[in-house]
Design a protein around this ligand. Structure first.
Ligand SMILES: Cc1cc2nc3c(=O)[nH]c(=O)nc-3n(C[C@H](O)[C@H](O)[C@H](O)COP(=O)(O)OP(=O)(O)OC[C@H]3O[C@@H](n4cnc5c(N)ncnc54)[C@H](O)[C@@H]3O)c2cc1C
Length: 282
């Protein structure tokens, strides 16, 4: 690896679990040792080359074998456009089904990341069809989107497992809430619905206020949620939650595409300084 890349990698290791499957497994073991579970994500998106998509699927299968062999406690997460959605819906549906079947034999759960708005409807559609035959797959829903409360109701009603996030993509105000306070209010509206109506869901946020509110709902409804945070962000809070008896997952991306992911984390609006601070504070 050239010197600049090596330097960048040292910096990026805060929120990336390395380049190879063995790097990621090593990190996953450490995290499991801390009492937290992992969500492993092999970095890749917007793929249009069929051979590249097939090789990503192979990599996920290798990862699933390795997780099983090493008794890693956790799940994997895949991106729709990594598995062919950019190219063809049918290809994505088949790729996801193949990975879910492989994971199911190894008793591993598969999460579906949610990407940009243009893919939301198709992702939910294909997921809903898959849900009729596979129960080991869950879907991410973004509270930033105006449509999400209805999606949560419909999906939860069909038995879906939902990972609730605020949403990493910015949209126009016809499809998305524009103010943080609205995004947060919709987050709690969706979470409230899940606490009342769903048996398994994931609260994926680093926002202490939302986490506190959800813990209050846990007590009120006598129901446990899973909590999840990204590797390298608010690690101390994640540890506190795990030590307090919560089921906590750390989302760990890895792979050759680490540079693009790191730049995205850095450029997330308003987060560059927080991220720099987290690099030094943990
Ligand atoms: C497990 C997991 C999976 C996700 N999957 C998806 C997905 O599939 N699709 C999608 O669109 N989005 C996804 N996201 C990203 C999510 O949508 C948000 O962009 C991201 O989590 C920041 O929002 P927040 O809920 O933490 O709240 P914010 O209000 O953004 O942050 C709350 C607090 O957390 C801390 N914080 C947050 N981000 C950072 C940072 N980068 N550096 C340092 N401190 C930070 C700060 O203290 C901040 O005040 C995922 C997030 C998590 C945790």
């Amino acid at each position: 690896m050239p010197i600049l890349s090596r330097l960048g990698m040292v910096f990026a290791q805060k929120w990336i679990a390395g380049v190879s499957i063995s790097d990621a497994i090593r990190k996953a073991r450490e995290i499991n040792g801390n009492g937290e579970k992992v969500i492993m994500n092999y970095l890749g998106e917007d793929l249009t080359d069929r051979r590249k998509i097939d090789s990503e699927i192979m990599c996920y299968k290798e990862l699933l074998d390795s997780m099983r062999r090493n008794r890693i406690k956790g799940a994997i997460s895949v991106k729709p456009t990594q598995l062919g959605l950019f190219l063809q819906e049918k290809l994505f549906a088949e790729s996801l089904d193949g990975i879910a079947a492989y994971a199911s034999k190894r008793k591993i759960f598969v999460w579906l990341d949610m990407e940009d708005y243009e893919f939301v409807e198709k992702t939910i559609d294909i997921y809903s069809r898959l849900l009729q035959k596979r129960k080991n797959v869950g879907i991410c829903i973004q509270s930033r989107l105006r449509r999400s409360y209805d999606d949560v109701k419909r999906l939860a009603g069909a038995g879906a497992r939902i990972r609730l996030v605020k949403g990493a993509y910015k949209y126009t105000d016809d499809i998305s809430y524009m103010y943080d306070s609205e995004v947060d209010a919709n987050y709690m509206r969706c979470a409230g619905y899940l606490f009342k109506n769903s048996d398994g869901f994931m609260i994926a946020t680093h926002d202490s206020h939302l986490i506190e509110e959800c813990r209050r709902l846990e007590r009120r409804y006598k129901k446990r949620a899973q909590f999840a945070m990204l590797k390298g962000i608010r690690g101390m809070l994640a540890k506190e939650l795990a030590d307090g008896g919560e089921e906590v997952y750390i989302y760990m991306p890895f792979g050759e595409e680490w540079f693009r992911y790191s730049i995205r984390r850095l450029s997330e609006e308003g987060h560059a300084l927080l991220l720099l601070r987290s690099v030094f504070q943990g």
